[in-house]
Design a protein around this ligand. Structure first.
Ligand SMILES: N[C@@H](CCC(=O)N[C@@H](CS)C(=O)NCC(=O)O)C(=O)O
Length: 320
């Protein structure tokens, strides 16, 4: 299928993800709401991820969305792209742009951090397949230590996290007892950001009983789950790299609305998150707008690719 977005031609969407990833679930759920058709590459849960690296050139978080030779990093940017490709029932109502942007960011950062502590509490780990196998558990812990090296952004004690989690669950339950979705009669992006955190916690059998005091959240989670995941066809990572190799970059080089005296289109830069996952992507700055940074790089296997990052939550540095 081919789409036209703002004069750009966008071919099939390829979602690089894995089943247990909450941020992937946010994207899969939005693709379900939009009744989208797409392809999925099941990527490894821990490094190495050679096919993903051929596309991103360093960024290692999950998920990543590929459209030909254009690679979109971070679920916030991915969801905005999906909404542009499938504009019916937009999840970004313009009259709430700033409030929703702020609320979704808080949910994807602070609430997600709290949800990680709640979902990894001892009573869950006792029944978890990965954590029951000492060598798999050690490999996972070592990989996540590497992911969070130099950062404290993803760590919070369970004793601190739990009251914050319960406070927000109570507020959600109150709001959802008089409204079908956080967005009202229809979901908006905050429903998808909140859903993946709740999914990550309550998909664990050991935590399912903890949902009982929140009947309105339970009913809303069923409504969100009922959107499904759209029509997804599996693809290998190798085939996805070959798609990039056979495609042209669709993003034209330009400096857009963002005036940033530090950055010149065409200069060598590196881009990485500001919270955790300090594995930079280096290349030539192709586009710098108020919402997006795009870096062009050439990979031995994938050829020339454009790697897209949201402005919010990322840092850009000129390199020589
Ligand atoms: N801000 C990122 C966060 C992504 C994130 O932290 N994803 C987790 C999995 S859900 C991750 O990358 N874990 C390490 C990995 O998959 O290698 C986004 O919205 O996409």
């Amino acid at each position: 299928m081919v789409f036209i977005i703002e004069q750009e031609i966008v071919t099939d969407l390829i979602l690089h993800q894995y089943a247990s990833s909450p941020f992937s679930e946010k994207v899969r759920c939005l693709l379900g709401y939009k009744k989208a058709s797409y392809q999925t590459v099941e990527i490894p849960v821990i490094m190495p991820k050679p096919d993903l690296m051929a596309l991103t050139g360093g960024y290692r978080k999950t998920p990543v969305l590929q459209v030909g030779a254009d690679i979109y990093c971070d679920s916030a940017l991915i969801c905005r792209l999906i909404d542009r490709v499938y504009p019916t029932d937009s999840v970004y109502p313009a009259d709430q742009a700033a409030a929703l942007g702020a609320a979704a960011h808080w949910t994807d950062t602070f609430l997600f951090k709290v949800s990680v502590a709640v979902a990894f509490q001892p009573k869950v780990l006792a029944g978890n397949e990965t954590f029951s196998d000492p060598s798999m558990a050690a490999a996972f812990m070592a990989d996540r230590a590497e992911l969070t090296k130099g950062s404290t952004e993803l760590s919070i004690d369970l004793a601190i996290a739990m009251p914050h989690w319960l406070l927000h669950m109570r507020r959600l339950d109150t709001q959802l007892s008089s409204s079908e979705f956080l967005g009202g009669a229809r979901p908006n992006i905050l429903d998808f950001s909140t859903y993946h955190c709740c999914w990550f916690v309550y998909k664990n059998d050991a935590l399912k009983p903890d949902l009982e005091p929140f009947p309105a959240i339970t009913a809303w989670m069923s409504r969100m789950a009922a959107f499904g995941h759209g029509e997804a066809k599996p693809m290998s990572g190798e085939a996805a790299v070959a798609v990039a190799q056979a495609s042209e970059i669709s993003t034209a080089a330009k400096a857009t609305d963002f005036v940033d005296s530090q950055l010149q289109v065409g200069s060598s830069v590196q881009v990485m998150p500001i919270d955790y996952g300090f594995q930079p992507t280096q290349g030539e700055l192709l586009l710098a707008s108020s919402e997006e940074i795009v870096v062009q790089r050439t990979d031995q296997r994938a050829g020339p690719v454009a790697v897209h990052f949201p402005r919010l939550g990322f840092q850009v540095e000129e390199i020589s």
